[in-house]
Design a protein around this ligand. Structure first.
Ligand code: NAD
Length: 740
């Protein structure tokens, strides 16, 4: 048995040690305190043993490593918060030491006097890639499965284990900055082209090739520790540096609007680090890392985009008692825009699909969507013709309902019309086996109403996808009045099988996502009516951190759809439920000007033929007298857009439509891209502080209307000084139906 829990160490006859990282009871290697302790002992042992010439480090798993265990980082931060209250200076010093532990351990490895080679056999992320960068050689398996990245910025932190110092000393600084500020993955070839790896070899030859580097006399001194080392992109103060840095700062500003302090810290760390000797550079990085770890953005993003996301993906709120359901075959009713996309993601996940529409031509067209998506992948070299055939062979395009007799589940995506839905529910249930689950993808019709058409309302549920289905990672799982735990568990197993993140939502008009996002678009309509220049509205949204402006988003979903929703709302809830000025705006766009959105090339934007870009429709400015832009408070526009959505989310929590803050937060980021740096709609309120948030909401209410009225729940939380995560601590499986 190995003396280490997470590593084995075998030294061959030539004196080359093979260190294999293979953590027990984990599907992926990650850095924990124990792993760091063991690695430190191994580094010392290799360094201190005269017979050992050098070491190769590889992984015993399919992937190399996912990097640091961020829950460990969360614990460090929780400890810091506690200590800070007692002794701030001491707490910061401790955090500084914790933040630098990995970095200085990698430095110890690269200055140990023995050559180390990383043999990267699979995905290698974050701290693990930084470990490999500290090795004197890097050999990578030539495989599509191998991805290397420093993705920390995506969760609000940055490469703090030497990444910001080593990457720009190996690669040209422009590529280095791009790689680290976007967190994008590199293929083996791309990494080699950038100068980040030495060799790309066939997977079977990986360890031998790595050992050979050592046997061939690989130096144990890194280039930056050699005398006369020159930076690959030239010094910072040089003509090349003058060409790089000013635009780099401008580009970062353009891309992030200053919302992501970690991205700015990468720039500062690289810039300052390249001006000083390597060890000082590591210290510069450690200081910025300590600062970033204390930012609200890091805490919020780690929680929502890493910890909560993982928990939800693993089915944190799935009813535990129900056995896991496997899907041998699934039916899709309606092969239109959504049904075709749903069939594709299932076939991609390896699930055989029966795709049904009214006639053969319609169902064939739905299947052709999958062929089209595969053709695009083939064009990009990401799939082969054989992959395409295999995927298409999983989709049976038919009009025959009898084909549904052995499916485990049906996803219904026919027209948004109760009569049509009733017809297909009855037709499908006539052949379905008793245990099969019926899931509707309706956007607006309450599941409880649709379940009335079913003979088995317990097996009836909503599974609400977003478009484009192959890109959007979220599904809302909607519970009807009679939906059973069995159906809920099955829907969550289904989401997992097709690699989507499920959130559990109780039946209500618009469910969770559309209720929030509608507020975003409506606030923009109000701004237009007030005479705020349209470009200011769109820019304010982007400055607030939204990926798509509210007018562009309306165009994407169609302005006539907004009109239909308004009309339906009036029918269901009466005239007062809509703002009459907004009705006039939307009616004018659709009925007077025929502007339906992107789909007819005319919406709030004009859509000229490519390569020309869309531009705001000039006629929009003539609809309302325009205000002087200099007299408009941009911060107030940003606040209005985000507050409108966050307040709606708070109302939905009060109404029990969603009950777990993780689901509201993750759902808001994965669906409408709610300013990710905030951690999501509820973390946004928590981050501002409920009392301050309510105070500002009331001010906005007085100035702009009742859409900013804070719900009672929020007012009470403000009075007692609680946050959403304190008031509604995330529930586990046993509390899964708490809100019901
Ligand atoms: P669509 O019009 O593109 O597709 C509907 C399909 O259903 C058509 O192919 C039609 O031929 C077929 N159909 C109609 N009657 C049928 C019947 N009796 N039997 C079999 N097939 C029949 O519509 P869509 O945008 O794909 O929307 C489908 C459902 O998904 C709706 O309930 C909609 O509310 C919901 N939805 C849409 C979106 C979106 O962004 N479009 C997002 C989420 C949910």
């Amino acid at each position: 048995m190995s003396e280490y829990k997470n590593f084995t160490l075998d030294t061959d006859a030539a004196g080359v040690a093979l260190v294999t990282w293979d953590m027990p009871e984990r599907s992926m290697n990650v850095f924990t305190e124990e792993v760091m302790d063991e690695l430190e002992a191994i580094i010392e042992r290799v360094a201190g043993d005269d017979k050992t010439k050098g070491a190769v480090i590889t992984s015993g798993k399919e992937s190399f490593s996912g990097g640091a265990d961020l829950t460990m980082l969360q614990k460090i931060l929780a400890r810091f918060e506690k200590q800070k209250a007692k002794d701030r200076k001491k707490a910061v010093k401790q955090l500084f030491d914790d933040a630098g532990r990995m970095s200085w351990l990698w430095r110890k490895l690269e200055t140990s006097g023995k050559p180390w080679v990383a043999a990267i056999n699979g995905t290698c992320m974050g701290g693990a890639f930084e470990l490999s960068l500290a090795c004197h050689g890097r050999v990578v398996a030539d495989s599509d499965a191998v991805k290397m990245a420093l993705p920390e910025v995506k969760v609000g932190i940055f490469p703090g284990a030497g990444g910001t110092q080593r990457v720009p000393r190996l690669a040209n600084p422009q590529d280095a900055l791009q790689m680290m500020t976007t967190g994008r993955s590199l293929s083996p070839e791309k990494a080699k082209a950038m100068g980040l790896v030495h060799e790309v070899v066939a997977p079977g030859q990986l360890v031998d090739a790595a050992k050979k580097m050592i046997k061939d006399g690989l130096t144990s001194v890194q280039p930056w520790d050699e005398k006369g080392f020159k930076l690959p992109g030239g010094p910072v103060y040089s003509p090349a540096g003058a060409n790089l840095w000013p635009p780099a700062i401008a580009i970062l500003r353009r891309e992030t609007y200053g919302n992501y302090p970690a991205a700015a810290a990468i720039l500062k760390s690289v810039y300052e680090g390249l001006l000083v000797p390597f060890d000082t550079g590591l210290t510069v990085e450690q200081r910025y890392f300590t600062e970033i770890l204390q930012s609200g953005e890091a805490a919020a993003m780690i929680r929502s985009l890493f910890v909560s996301l993982q928990e939800l993906n693993k089915g944190a709120r799935r009813p535990e008692a129900v056995p896991v359901k496997k899907f041998a075959k699934v039916g899709v009713l309606g092969a239109g825009f959504m049904g075709a996309g749903i069939a594709y993601v299932m076939a991609e996940a390896g699930i055989p699909v029966v795709l049904i529409d009214r006639d053969q031509a319609a169902t064939d067209k739905g299947k052709a969507h999958s062929a089209g998506l595969m053709d695009k992948l083939i064009e990009k070299g990401r799939a082969t013709k054989a992959d395409k055939e295999k995927l298409l062979s999983r989709i049976t395009a038919t009009t025959d309902y009898a084909e549904l007799k052995d499916v485990d589940m049906v996803i219904e995506a026919v027209f948004e019309d109760s009569d049509v839905k009733k017809e297909v529910i009855e037709k499908a249930e006539a052949v379905l086996k008793p245990s099969a689950i019926f899931a509707s993808n309706t956007s607006t019709i309450p599941i409880t109403n649709l379940a009335e058409f079913s003979k088995r309302p317990k097996n009836f549920i909503g599974v609400h996808f977003f478009s484009p289905v192959d890109k959007m990672k979220l599904v809302e799982v909607i519970l009807g009045k009679d939906t059973s735990d069995k159906a809920l568990a099955a829907a969550m197993d289904y989401a997992r099988a097709i690699k989507k993140t499920p959130i559990i939502v109780n039946d209500t008009r618009g469910f969770f996502v559309n209720r929030c996002v509608l507020r975003y678009m409506q606030e923009a309509y109000s701004m237009l009516i007030e005479g705020v220049p349209p470009a200011m509205i769109e820019n304010a949204a982007k400055m607030a951190g939204m990926p798509v402006g509210p007018l562009a988003l309306t165009d994407e979903t169609a302005i006539d759809l907004a009109q239909k929703i308004m009309k339906q709302t009036v029918r269901d809830l009466g005239d007062k439920a809509v703002d009459p000025r907004q009705v006039v705006l939307i009616d004018t766009m659709v009925d007077k000007f025929g502007r339906l959105g992107r789909k007819n090339g005319k919406g709030f934007y004009d859509y000229p033929a490519k390569p020309a870009k869309k531009r705001l429709w000039p006629g929009l400015k003539d609809l309302y007298p325009q205000r002087d832009p200099d007299g408009i408070d941009v911060q107030e526009l940003k606040d209005r857009l985000l507050y409108a959505m966050a307040l709606e989310a708070a109302r939905l929590i009060q109404q029990g439509v969603v009950s777990d803050p993780r689901e509201a937060d993750v759902g808001s980021i994965l669906s409408f891209g709610f300013a990710p740096y905030t951690g999501g709609v509820l973390s946004y309120i928590d981050g501002i502080g409920t009392a301050r948030f309510v105070g500002h909401a009331k001010r906005l209410q007085r100035k702009f209307g009742k859409q900013f009225k804070p719900p009672k729940l929020l007012v009470e939380m403000a009075e007692s000084g609680t946050t959403f995560y304190e008031q509604f601590p995330p529930t586990d499986a046993s509390g899964a139906r708490k809100a019901a």
